[in-house]
Design a protein around this ligand. Sequence first.
Ligand SMILES: NC(=O)c1ccc[n+]([C@@H]2O[C@H](COP(=O)([O-])OP(=O)(O)OC[C@H]3O[C@@H](n4cnc5c(N)ncnc54)[C@H](OP(=O)(O)O)[C@@H]3O)[C@@H](O)[C@H]2O)c1
Length: 312
Amino acid sequence: MERVTLGRTGLRVSVAGLGCGGRSRLGIGNGHDEWHATRVVEHAIDRGVNVIDTARGYGTEAAVGRAVRGKRDRVVLSTKVAPDRDGRPLSAAELVASLEASLDSLGTDYVDVLHLHGLEPEAYPRAVDELLPELKRQQHTGKVRFLGVTEVFARDTTHGMIQQALVDGHFDVVMVGFNLLNHSARRSVFPQTTERNIGTMIMFAVRRALSRPDALADLVAGLVADGVVSAEDVDVADPLGFLQEFAGVKSVVEMAYRYCSHEPGVDVVLTGTGDPAHLDENLEAVMAPPLPRALTARIDGIFKNVDSVSGN
Ligand SMILES: NC(=O)c1ccc[n+]([C@@H]2O[C@H](COP(=O)([O-])OP(=O)(O)OC[C@H]3O[C@@H](n4cnc5c(N)ncnc54)[C@H](OP(=O)(O)O)[C@@H]3O)[C@@H](O)[C@H]2O)c1
């Protein structure tokens, strides 16, 4: 698996990272048990993935902890703390308790990247004032190596929070929504992350819209109805059916991960799955050559004005 440098962290990371959240949560979201979840993580590590992204809120930290036992120095662990609780802002003491619980579940005494999880644009200033000092204290203790922040792409589809984070540069890593339907981060995030050497992990490469044909058709019908996508450019019943015209591209899911992995400015493409066979396919897709230019041009032409959906 190809390795890249995660921005100013200097961490060497696989271009494909395992996402332990999303709908699948390593299969737990589909009814599998924690042992199955652990096997999915072990399988990813065996295949050369070294970035594992989880969160206190996913309920998958213990499964990750079991899978990395004895291999801690070979993996880059990324986890998260929610910036609020029960509808009110988190206190610094609660942040510390959440980190300690993460360390305990993960069976480690440090995490490589600790993110503020799903920070809304309007919550950013308070998080910087009240939580950042504690995050820095935890960095000094050695329990956290680098600081990250993740957006709520389902609502913040134009990256309002990340743009604030890029101005002040407090965070070493950002987790950003990006996919072939909404590639607005190409304009408003990646040029700045590249210039400032901020590590970039992307999420939502596939999500629901690009893994379920019915969801894609519904989403595109809505975009056409709103005048964001032209009805002349797209077959609403099968919006990406034209991929069959391109030899060597087998499925929408493959196209979706390949679309992301060659995007300038993207360090890590997260793939979230509870299915080892899907994981194998997805790693192959991330590692595959760039899509044919004519195919990306067609996609970009159809969805050029889209910045209001995440593909959730
Ligand atoms: N704000 C945040 O911090 C935030 C929000 C969302 C996500 N994330 C992180 O980003 C990661 C990636 O997001 P995501 O999990 O939504 O991932 P994703 O990779 O965009 O999509 C995952 C979905 O696609 C399906 N899928 C994956 N491979 C497939 C294949 N080959 N064929 C058919 N279906 C396939 C999965 O179901 P199967 O299980 O059936 O494969 C799952 O439902 C998360 O796991 C999490 O770590 C962070």
